[in-house]
Design a protein around this ligand. Structure first.
Ligand SMILES: NC(=O)c1ccc[n+]([C@@H]2O[C@H](COP(=O)([O-])OP(=O)(O)OC[C@H]3O[C@@H](n4cnc5c(N)ncnc54)[C@H](O)[C@@H]3O)[C@@H](O)[C@H]2O)c1
Length: 387
């Protein structure tokens, strides 16, 4: 696209103010998104929508938002709104996102935007064609410890990245009685279905691409179903659910770097259970985002001249105003995520980290991992598009 053909960046209707409409007011919206937006003095949550009329009314009362609706289109058609924040269940992410982009709104969407990377790319293209900003709910990219590690990597602390190990694992669904949304593939009941890698592996795959800093060239991996029967949230019945509740894969990068990724929600340990380790020619960094003794994040580093890992204090500039590592992690990390989006939307500059393009790359990686499992073989990256 030539410079003259490139669409003008869209900022906000009122200079310096970001007006937000939140679609879906379930558990995650009230724990992270809405409190995060309301923490930032530049942002105003001006509308809420949920198909559950009682739930959206309760959220409106809790957060002091008068404009509530059981139809998300009310928010999309509202000329006052700059940003649509999509926090519905996965099935509605793409529909709401595309409608919001068509209407000229910037969009923050929970992952996945779509199960197919090509569709996520289509959403990214639509946003680009209209000069709109997008953001994925890559919560852990915005943890102060992760942002500090990224700065250290950028400044050369690690040197050339050699190897990265990424884990996202917790015991959230170790107990089969813990209700889970139905996730079987009705057309293929015998075929293991992607679940944990998409919901739980995605954030560390995002960090893997970001920190390794070179193109992925191939993956090999496997999915497992360890807990065959589970309580389905909507029916309250124990049901066969053939999903990947544990995954492992290896990745090769241009230039020779290697990564391993392990993701599961049946592994003993506290939520959210993220750990990413990067080892390079000059040094190494270990970031842990695991709530332990009330502390939600740590960063430890070592260098080739001082190989014993030591904990680093995270500089205050990586926290929202008044924030600490003792806050609940959904509130702390999401405060940073939405503040970053507000800055990007207000700036009118091209900066847009963790956007749909990055979401498409992460989804593409998951699609390649799934293909490798099904073929029981290394799969080259990028995948060859199918007609
Ligand atoms: N990024 C993270 O770390 C993280 C953490 C937790 C959840 N999530 C994601 O957040 C999303 C929401 O999760 P949750 O636990 O809050 O689920 P939830 O089921 O509690 O809430 C989803 C809400 O969306 C509403 N909804 C469904 N269809 C709608 C429609 N057409 N219009 C308006 N509202 C609609 C439902 O009524 C429900 O209240 C999911 O995609 C989940 O994967 C992300």
């Amino acid at each position: 696209m030539t410079e003259s053909a490139r669409p003008q960046p869209v900022t906000t209707h009122e200079p310096g103010v970001v007006k937000v409409g939140v679609v879906g007011t379930g558990r995650w919206a009230v724990r992270s998104h809405i409190p995060g937006w309301q923490r930032d003095p530049r942002c105003q949550v001006v509308g809420l929508a949920d198909v559950d009329a009682d739930l959206v009314k309760a959220a409106g009362d809790q957060f002091g938002v008068a404009n509530v609706s059981d139809d998300y289109r009310t928010l999309i058609e509202d000329p006052e709104i700059d940003v649509i924040d999509v926090v519905t269940g996965d099935a509605m992410h793409f529909e709401v996102t595309m409608a919001a982009l068509e209407a000229g709104k910037h969009v923050l969407c929970e992952k996945p935007v779509h199960h197919s990377y090509a569709e996520v790319d289509r959403a990214a293209d639509l946003a680009a064609s209209k000069g709109l900003k997008t953001k994925l709910g890559f919560t852990f990219r915005y943890a102060p410890a992760t942002m500090y590690a990224a700065e250290l990597i950028r400044e050369g602390f690690v040197g050339t990245p050699y190897m990265l190990n990424a884990y996202e694992q917790n015991s959230q669904w170790l107990d089969p009685e813990t209700p889970l949304r139905q996730q079987n593939n009705p057309g293929h009941p015998g075929e293991i279905q992607v679940a944990s890698i998409e919901g739980y592996g995605a954030p560390v795959i995002d960090i893997m691409h970001w920190w390794m800093g070179s193109p992925l060239t191939s993956v090999v991996g496997t999915m497992r179903n360890f807990v065959p029967e589970r309580m389905v949230r909507d029916t309250g019945q124990m049901t066969r659910m053939n999903i990947d509740d544990g995954d492992m894969f290896l990745a090769e990068f241009d230039g020779g770097g290697l990564a391993s990724v392990q993701s599961s929600f049946v592994t003993v340990g506290n939520y959210p259970g993220i750990e990413v380790r990067i080892y390079g020619s000059e040094g190494a960094i270990i970031v842990r985002l695991v709530e332990e003794a009330g502390v939600c994040q740590t960063i430890r580093t070592a260098s080739k001249d001082a190989v014993e890992f030591v904990e680093r204090e995270i500089p205050q500039r990586f926290f929202p105003h008044g924030g600490t590592s003792l806050e609940p992690w959904p509130f702390l990390f999401y405060s940073n995520l939405v503040a970053d989006f507000a800055t990007e939307v207000l700036s009118g500059e091209p900066d847009n980290q963790g956007d749909f393009r990055q979401g498409a790359l992460v989804q593409h990686t998951i699609n390649a991992f799934e293909a490798s499992h099904r073929q029981r073989a290394w799969v080259d990256f990028p995948l060859t598009p199918t007609a």
